[in-house]
Design a protein around this ligand. Structure first.
Ligand code: ACO
Length: 446
């Protein structure tokens, strides 16, 4: 099959948010720490009415309805999440309820987990299936969803929640470039969830940053190598060869630093002309994760590039927070929406996905050379995102704190009857109605 890629994409985020300025005051940290220091504005969160199953049900059904896709036309469905409700039963199996009427049960794929990387693993599995002998001509769908919550303390402000579903197939308006996908996977205890009773991770903040930046360096270096193999007549790939760089976004500031690091690597490899970096030309990348002088110089050198190539992808991350697995795909949606549709054709976008523990990949997509009907459909499908962001309801940090407490006490409880309001959910949202004494969850749709 030619031009395997994204045919349609849908994103869901919860209807409530906390203002990061107000959270700074509530947490009694210095003014500006979350808003300027981390670059965050608002953080979305879920009440006890939503869980990872409901998020996935909502996003999948929305995508199917908006684009009139028959349930029988899906041959592969993969879910990536780190929000586990069950150690055995997959979210994918829960999603099969949506396919019941169509009687389509011939759908490969289950769930994949490794922190924020599971969505990318799900996506790659789908692409692999579409390009393989197992593909029977039907579509594939990759779903990524998480509720990102942290215990009280310095990490809590980097939470978020959301879900993304992508319809994948041949002759797509957004095509995955072949042969350039690069991966770096390594053992580390930077962020992990050994306590099955809790939604909270154990997190070593500083180590997560070091791991993220080191994975980025390694993926970029391998991406460059692979690019040279695929395009032997071109110069070494550099930051100027892509129209956008879209990153997994735990918080926006790390993304600005990440783009700057790509420039540093270009400079060290003599494929980037950055006079500002001259004094760092002999630097060892692996020793430089917390080199503030280098960071400052590189961020200042790449300020304009950041505005052009990366900042447009941060709208959802800034306003919803870290959605974990959907984060980088929320970046893609934000980037697409930040451009008029007629500015999109021909663009190359590089994506970087990172999941602690750790697994990471860098890959790229190219947008069709013309504004095709398919690109219009894809674009129309996400056009309601800005209005949905606007419509959300602000909740005070103290109410948010109480809801976190409630989730702590009840997230794995059975039997359980959620108490959160459901009228605030947008039409078409699934919500949890009950958990029975055998832990079986039931959902309804508003
Ligand atoms: N005004 C402006 N900036 C400020 C202020 C202020 N009043 N106060 C602090 N800052 C800056 C700091 O200088 C720092 O910026 P810098 O790193 O560019 O120097 C930034 O705000 C953060 O302050 P720190 O003191 O470093 O923050 P802290 O260590 O308390 O927590 C952290 C930050 C580690 C990101 C924490 O929120 C965390 O653990 N989050 C979860 C893990 C995470 O997201 N890791 C990222 C990759 S892994 C993943 O995706 C889960």
């Amino acid at each position: 099959p030619e031009n395997v890629g994204i045919l349609a994409i849908e994103i869901y985020f919860p209807p409530h948010y906390v203002d990061q300025n107000e959270l700074e005051q509530f947490d009694e940290v210095s003014t500006g720490k979350y808003v300027i220091g981390l670059g965050q504005s608002k953080m979305g969160y879920c009440t006890d009415r939503e869980d990872v199953n409901s998020l996935c049900l909502t996003v999948v059904q929305k995508l199917m309805e908006k684009h009139n896709i028959p349930y029988g036309s899906i041959g592969k469905l993969e879910v990536g999440t780190e929000t586990l409700l069950d150690k055995s039963k997959s979210v994918k199996s829960v999603l099969m309820q949506l396919f019941q009427e169509s009687e389509n049960t011939d759908i490969e794929g289950v769930d994949t987990t490794n922190a924020c990387y599971g969505g990318t693993a799900a996506l790659f599995n789908c692409i692999n299936w579409l390009e393989s002998s197992a593909c029977d001509g039907r579509y594939a769908m990759a779903v990524a969803a998480d509720i990102a919550v942290y215990a009280r303390g310095s990490a809590r402000c980097t939470g978020g929640a959301g879900a993304v579903a992508m319809l994948l197939g041949p002759n797509a308006p957004i095509v995955f470039e072949r042969g350039v996908r690069s991966t770096h996977i390594q053992h580390s205890y930077d962020f992990y969830k050994p306590n099955m009773e809790s939604e909270y991770p154990i997190v070593d903040g500083k180590l997560t940053i070091e791991c993220y930046l080191s994975a980025l360096d390694k993926c970029y270096s391998k991406y460059k190598q692979k690019f040279s193999q695929v395009y032997p007549n071109s110069n070494e790939f550099s930051i100027t060869d892509s129209d956008a760089f879209i990153f997994h976004t735990p918080y926006c500031k790390i993304v600005q630093k990440s783009l700057a690091r790509l420039a540093v690597q270009d400079f060290i490899n003599h494929c980037g002309n950055w006079p500002e970096l001259e004094k760092f030309k002999n630097i060892d990348l692996e020793e430089s994760y917390f080199n503030k002088d280098l960071e400052k110089a590189a961020m200042s050198a790449t300020r304009e590039l950041f505005e052009e190539k990366t900042k447009p992808s941060l709208t959802l991350a800034k306003n919803v927070g870290n959605m974990y697995t959907p984060s980088v795909y929320g970046g893609l949606v934000s980037y697409l929406l930040s451009n008029d549709i007629d500015k999109l054709p021909g663009k190359r976008l590089v994506l970087f996905s990172y999941g602690s523990g750790l697994a990471s990949s860098m890959f790229s997509v190219k947008i069709d050379n013309s504004v095709s009907q398919q690109l219009k459909n894809l674009y129309k499908g996400i056009a309601d995102v800005p209005a949905r962001l606007e419509k959300r309801i602000k909740v005070s940090p103290s109410v948010f704190d109480k809801i976190m407490k409630l989730r702590e006490e009840t997230c794995h409880k059975a039997p359980y009857f959620p108490v959160g309001e459901k009228d605030c959910l947008l039409p078409g949202t699934f919500y949890l109605t009950s958990v029975d004494d055998m832990f079986r969850r039931k959902y309804a749709r508003i």
